[in-house]
Design a protein around this ligand. Sequence first.
Ligand SMILES: O=C(CO)COP(=O)(O)O
Length: 241
Amino acid sequence: MRKKVIAGNWKMYKTQAEASEFLQKFLHSLEETPDDREIVLCVPFTDLGILSKSLHGSRVQLGAQNVHWEEQGAYTGEISGPMLTEIGVRYVIIGHSERRQYFNETDETVNLRLKAAQLYGLTPILCVGESKQQRDALETESLIISQLAKGLVDVDQNNLIIAYEPIWAIGTGDTCESIEANRVIGLIRSQLTNANVPIQYGGSVKANNIDEIMAQPEIDGALVGGASLEPDSFARIVNYQ
Ligand SMILES: O=C(CO)COP(=O)(O)O
């Protein structure tokens, strides 16, 4: 059985005060949550300390949204693996399309970050996915195969999560049809050497479509943006049927 993982990606949202307010409401909603799923919150760096304390003893794991490949050094604005693990971070998102688009992230830097995350004891969540233009040009399959081939060089597939996030479905309310997401995730799985890597879907996952998404046989979880910011909607998502 592949592990199911529901992760929230808070992106650049929530001050510490807002994060604490969220948790007060959200943690109550987990009393009935089945044990078959891992719950992760990938939050801004400034929220990690307070969440590390508040999540202690809960079943929610802590995640970050970036990690540098060096242990330390003159890399202004970056953060290292040991800095994250020291405060209890277990997961890290790598290669999100927003980093690829706005921060010059390439398949090569994604690969360096993935290997460093594993070296320092983090589980990376590697994001792949095509733009609308690439989908319209029938390049979805070749793009994803290339992102995986370049990103996964020398990466240990025993400590890895992949998220399929079609860029056109992110923040648009325009969810990828669950059957199509299932098909692309099957393609991703066919490119891996370890059939047990959990593969998530991300892109306009909401309380009202999570059940259908999770009913697909290839989909092992969700990477949730906007709907993870509100305690009630994220609670409904982690409590998917
Ligand atoms: O980018 C995403 C998660 O990483 C998806 O964001 P939305 O759920 O807001 O579409």
